[in-house]
Design a protein around this ligand. Sequence first.
Ligand code: FAD
Ligand code: FES
Ligand code: FES
Length: 480
Amino acid sequence: MPIRFLLGDEERSLDGVPPTLTVLEYLRRHERRTGTKEGCAEGDCGACTVVLSEPDGEGGLRHRAVNSCIQFVSVLHGRQLTTVEDLAASDGALHPIQQALVDKHGSQCGFCTPGFVMQLYAGWLEGVLTDRQSVKDWLAGNLCRCTGYGPIVDAGLEAATKPAPKDTAAETAKRLGALADGPMLAMGEGESRVFAPRSSDELAEVYAAHPDAVIVSGATDVGLWVTKQHRHLNTLIDVTRVKDLAVVENDAEGLTIGATVSHRDATAALAKLHTDLGELFRRFASIQIRNAGTVGGNIANGSPIGDLPPALIALNALLTLRRDSERREIPLEDFFIAYGKQDRAPGEFVESVFVPRLSDDHRFACYKLSKRFDQDISAVMGAFLVRLDRGKVAEARMAFGGMAATPKRAEKAEAALVGSAFDEAAVAAAVAALAEDFSPIDDMRASAAYRLKAAQNLLRRFHLENTAEKPATRVLELVP
Ligand SMILES: Cc1cc2nc3c(=O)[nH]c(=O)nc-3n(C[C@H](O)[C@H](O)[C@H](O)COP(=O)(O)OP(=O)(O)OC[C@H]3O[C@@H](n4cnc5c(N)ncnc54)[C@H](O)[C@@H]3O)c2cc1C
Ligand code: FES
Ligand code: FES
């Protein structure tokens, strides 16, 4: 079955192309749509931003801006791809976003402009460009080297007030449904093919039959293996159509987050569990990366500097893995065995993660330290949880990213707290114990000494925030 989708308003069917062909390469080389630019080819600059739309299940469409440079073409199946060429009307009239960028002088050399147009267009569709801060957060993944961001933010605010043109969402949703109707997408043969299962059962079946295949979820890591490391990947399993794993279940015990839930979709649910988790997502890459990247991918990649694992480990999360029809549940921390080595057998995939709810006796915080506020990887990420019982620490869990070869708990520091009052003396002992828990590495992000000092100070900060009356430890307002 070929990849079937809408390019703007026109139907396309792609067959016989390499499964690792990126959407950007497809647009520029196959379609000669060169409005979409390549800046970095690694999801960092936003010049390649396009909008993907898919049926929302209620007769309408759901729109998402993504970085086309790191998306593979299979993600297009059953979706609509909108590029900057689709925005201007055929009579040459500009879209309100484009007009606002002209009126506000939001473009100089123009290389970044198509990316800004598309990112703002997505925000305009979603109706989220409500004030200056929201526009700034929205544009955190778009770089401009010459104009300066002031006029671009002004343009976003100006365009947000303009009405939507004729709404064709219902008609487009119907067309997309028909395009993806039929069997599971399976394109290519031999050593170059891609499957796109539509349910976890179909995924389990395909993966059991092809245990050497590479699962591609949001492709925000796997895309870079191809564009930056020039790796050749054989069989791919694209899980972006696995609907039953793209769900967050919420009950009295906690949240069960399916592996293919995007960071963007997980944000609201996790932020309700604790405000710091919402703030963590604001600092996690950019909107485009959060639209594509998934909770399952962030866990499965086993990165020592992934942002979610330390937070979820501190929260005592449980991971469900599945192979064929067999499932097993393990504490998330046990999944990370060593650098690049996770507790996952061939053909086994991450199905979901369960995050327990906090009680009134719990105190929790997580902090990301990076060189830039936006769109940067953590130098150190610290997550802290204590449960207090009659003034004493009954339970302590601290997990760090960037401090070891895997996301890891600070067991000695935890032991220094348990059984004591949550006071300065116990915290000082735990701070000292952190030096026994970790011997961090030196790299370009931070020196070993910095990492250790920062981790110790984060623990002090956690204590201060939970004891002092009005601690002045936060630079910015938390996202509500
Ligand atoms: C510009 C940029 C900024 C970034 N910023 C951050 C950041 O601030 N914080 C952060 O933590 N990360 C960041 N990342 C890394 C990346 O976005 C995240 O790790 C993301 O969560 C990966 O998820 P994905 O769905 O894109 O995974 P993919 O790239 O699709 O897959 C990653 C790995 O997981 C495997 N995999 C995926 N899903 C499953 C599954 N269900 N079962 C088994 N294996 C699976 C894949 O085979 C692959 O090995 C950034 C990346 C980029 C490009
Ligand atoms: S080219 Fe820079 S994000 Fe895609
Ligand atoms: S206008 Fe030149 S990079 Fe933005």
